[in-house]
Design a protein around this ligand. Structure first.
Ligand code: DAH
Length: 361
C-alpha cells in the first residue's frame, strides 16, 4: 500500500488549519453553485462523507504528535459542523423556495369569469314517463324494465295472443310495420305485448306498468307520428272488478294532472278486453266549455282500458274462472301534450332547444 503525502510527512497545525479553511471555502463555492438538493447532497458526500475531503484529514490524525492530535481533531470537527449547518440551511431554503414556486404555479385566479356550461335535463317525454310511472308506483304497481318487452316483435305477441284472430279487421286498426326478417316479424304497434310477455314469465298476482316505444305506419301530422310512446298497465288477481279499474284510473288522472277533474268512461272495443272502455278527462283548456283542442266536446280522451278478456288469460295458462284482471294503455305523448299544453307532437322529436329548455325545471 502506498502512503499518502500527508502520512509520510506530518503537517503542522497551522498548515492543517489552512487546508481546512481552503476546503470549507471550496465547499461553500460549490454549495452556492448548486441548483437543486441533489447537487447539495453531492457536496455533502464530497466533503463530509466517509471518504470525503474533510474526513480524510481526520484519518491522518494518527500521524500527528500526541500534542497536536486533539487540536487538529477539534479543528476538523469545527469545520465539519460548520459545513453541515450551511448545507442544512441551503437545503431548507431550497425546500421552501420549491414550495413557493409550486404554490405560485398552481395559483387560481378566483376573480376570472367562469366558463358557462348549459346543464342537460331528461327529455320531456322521459320526464313525463317518469311522472306517470311514479304515480302508478305509488299505487303499488311495479314498473317493468324496457328490455322485458321487445320492440321488434312477432305477430303472436302483438296480435294473436291478445285475441286478435288472423284476418280480424281489428288488426287494420293499427297500421303495422312489418319487417323483411320473416313474415311474422313486425315493429310492435302497441305496448300490449307486455301483458303476454309478463304473464308468461311471472306468477300471479300481477300488478305492473310497462312504458315503451311503439310504431305505426301513419301519416305524420301535428297529432300523429310513426314512432310514439305508450304505457301499458296490467293487474291480474282474484276479486278484481271494473270499479277497481275505474278507481285506479281516476286516482291516476288526479295525481298526474295535479288536481281532481271530472272523468268519464265510454264503452269501446279492444280485442283483448271485455268489456272495453275509453276514459276521458274534462278538457283542461276549456274546463268543459268546448274549445279547439277538445273539438268543442269539453272532454279529452286519455286512454283505453277494460277487463282482461278470458281468452288472453287462457293463452298464458291462467284459469279465467279463478282469476280476473284489468288492463289499460295510454299514449305518453298525448298525456304530455295535455299536461304541458304542447300543440304539436313533432316538437318532441326535432330537438329544438327553445322547446327543450322549457322543460329545464
Ligand atoms: N293497445 C291499445 C292501443 O294501442 C290501447 C289499450 C286499450 C291498451 C285497452 C289496453 C287496454 O291495455 O286495455 O290502442
Amino acid at each position: 500500500m502506498t502512503k499518502t503525502k500527508a502520512e509520510s510527512a506530518p503537517q503542522s497545525v497551522s498548515d492543517i488549519q489552512k487546508e481546512l479553511d481552503a476546503l470549507v471555502k471550496a465547499a461553500q463555492g460549490e454549495l452556492n453553485a448548486a441548483e437543486d438538493s441533489a447537487s447539495v447532497n453531492e457536496v455533502r458526500v464530497a466533503y463530509l462523507g466517509k471518504k470525503g475531503k474533510i474526513n480524510l484529514i481526520r484519518r491522518n490524525l494518527k500521524n500527528l504528535s500526541a500534542e497536536d492530535r486533539p487540536k487538529v481533531g477539534a479543528l476538523v470537527n469545527e469545520a465539519g459542523d460548520g459545513l453541515t449547518a450551511e448545507i442544512d440551511t441551503r437545503l431548507e431554503s431550497m425546500g421552501s423556495a420549491a414550495i413557493q414556486q409550486k404554490i405560485q404555479s398552481e395559483a387560481l385566479d378566483v376573480t376570472m369569469p367562469g366558463v358557462y356550461r348549459r346543464q342537460g335535463k331528461p327529455h320531456p317525454l322521459t320526464q313525463t314517463t317518469r311522472e306517470i310511472c311514479q304515480v302508478f308506483h305509488s299505487m303499488g304497481f311495479e314498473v317493468i324494465d324496457d328490455n322485458v318487452c321487445p320492440e321488434v316483435e312477432t305477430e303472436y305477441y302483438n296480435f294473436e295472443a291478445l285475441n286478435f284472430p288472423a284476418d280480424h279487421p281489428a288488426r287494420d286498426m293499427q297500421d303495422t310495420f312489418y319487417t323483411d326478417v320473416a313474415p311474422q316479424v313486425l315493429l310492435r304497434s302497441q305496448t300490449s305485448n307486455a301483458q303476454i310477455r309478463y304473464m308468461e314469465t311471472h306468477e300471479l298476482p300481477v300488478r305492473v306498468v310497462s312504458p315503451g316505444r311503439v310504431y305505426r305506419n301513419e301519416e305524420v301530422s301535428s297529432r300523429k307520428n310513426v314512432l310514439f310512446h305508450q304505457l301499458e298497465g296490467l293487474l291480474v288477481d282474484t276479486d278484481v272488478t271494473l270499479s277497481d279499474l275505474k278507481g285506479v284510473l281516476q286516482s291516476f288522472a288526479d295525481l298526474f294532472f295535479g288536481q281532481s277533474r271530472p272523468t268519464r268512461f265510454r264503452t269501446s272495443y279492444f280485442p283483448f278486453t271485455e268489456p272495453s272502455a275509453e276514459m276521458d278527462v274534462q278538457c283542461i283548456f276549456c274546463e268543459g266549455a268546448g274549445c279547439r283542442t277538445c273539438g268543442q266536446l269539453g272532454w279529452l280522451e286519455i286512454l283505453g282500458c277494460g277487463m282482461v278478456d278470458p281468452n288472453v288469460l287462457k293463452e298464458v295458462g291462467i284459469d279465467p274462472e279463478k282469476h280476473v284482471g284489468f288492463a289499460f294503455g295510454m299514449g305518453i305523448e298525448r298525456l304530455a301534450m295535455l299536461k304541458y299544453a304542447i300543440d304539436n307532437i313533432r316538437l318532441f322529436y326535432t330537438n329544438d332547444l327553445r322547446f327543450l329548455q322549457k322543460f329545464q325545471g
